[in-house]
Design a binder for this molecule. Sequence first.
Ligand SMILES: [Fe+2]
Length: 386
Amino acid sequence: MPIYHKLGKIPPKRHTIFEKPGGGLYYEQLFGTVGFDGMSSLLYQIHRPTMIRAIGEAIDVSPVIAVAKNIHPRKLLGFEVPAKADYLESRTPLLVNSDIHIGLAAPQSSLRNYFYKNADADELLFIHRGTGTLRTLLGNIPFEYGDYLLIPRGMIYQIDFDTADNRLLYAESFHPIYTPKRYRNWFGQLLEHSPFCERDYKLPQDLETHDEKGEFLLKVKKQGILHQLVYNTHPFDVVGWDGYNFPYGFSIHNFEPITGRVHQPPPVHQTFETKAFVVCSFCPRMYDYHPRAIPAPYNHSNIDSDEVLYYVDGDFMSRNNIAAGHISLHPGGIPHGPHPGAYERSIGKTSTEELAVMIDTFKPLMVTEAALKIDDGVYYQSWLEG
Ligand SMILES: [Fe+2]
């Protein structure tokens, strides 16, 4: 996050004496990424963050692959992913490679009885249904329908849901997730042609500081294993922090679409970037306004990337038989395009209400057993005519 932010109390100079009111020193922790080159924050904690009391069972949570080398265009019926009480158990990986795991979750309960950390991956959650609060050791972020929540790797968090009816799309990224570089100047400030600006970010607020001793279970995801560490003190014991490495939210409804006289290519919808994939937001917008424009996209060969579209709301202009919660997978190597009738149907339309999240990966995606269970099995033939 290329914004400086701070919460709570911090000493005037880093790496200097910072005394507790009752005596003793606060413990400083540098929380950084990409060695010492990436974004980092400096945290001040009541207790040592290193006090492991016990290490429990290690559980293998690696995705089970059904199709390692896929060329089938597929449609997954996302709302058929079963709801489960536990947040982590409800997360169902569907399309994965060595850079990213994409999945859906329908958690019914808040995560309160343990803490969670993904040691390997930045997590991007997209809230399709539900409201609540992401609670982290660096502060809390209330969320609602349409919010992206970006949780940098290593961030300890819990999550509160207001009701049992929740639907999330998530991506675990083994590369840091940033906003597109081309929208930022050399100081990191978002430029005037960016489809969003700093005011749109939801920064962490309401730093919770718990001075508690006991047994605190932290589930750490690392190398496909869920490790269970019991710590001696409450993980949320930060009295203050500052820096650039922290979780934040961004509402898809605040993405300002870039439109043109003729069809604009997918990069105008780009919201996040990594070395290995991009995330785009397709939002309600005015259609192309050349008098002879065809607003639906042309057929295209994304030869060297797999395209995943998650349909959120509205009538998706280029697709037939697509509903909210569906995922389409258009694999690299073969062309895809609008469904029969969609090209013609789009002519003369002035606007669209479609809302969708697209993830384009540069390496092919593998299909999990869980994905096959919700695969409609016939999508690859959906362009046939006559
Ligand atoms: Fe496409």
